[in-house]
Design a protein. Structure first.
Length: 87
């Protein structure tokens, strides 16, 4: 194990791996696994679609600057811009 491996900012140690392995060997209850949910939460009643988009470094930087300034995610800024354009 590399000394630089991290999960959520915490180092992954051999001891941690051994604990995870022991937990997995004990098994997991099906009900507990089903409650975890899958993927990102929905944005509405219908499933969302992912759309690939190519942007220049400058375009991404401008979006990221606006997102930081407004306390939003990159996706939120792009969705808002598309909504204004389509209106």
């Amino acid at each position: 194990m590399s000394e630089h491996e991290m999960i959520n900012g915490a180092p992954v140690t051999e001891e941690k791996i051994a604990l995870w392995a022991a937990e997995a060997e004990q098994g997991y209850g099906v009900d507990a696994l089903k409650k975890r949910g899958r993927g990102r939460p929905g944005r509405g009643a219908e499933p969302s679609q992912v759309v690939a988009l190519r942007l220049t470094v400058e375009e991404i930087a401008a979006i990221d600057e606006r997102a930081e300034r407004e306390g939003k995610s990159r996706s939120e800024v792009i969705r808002e811009a598309l909504h204004r354009l389509a209106a």
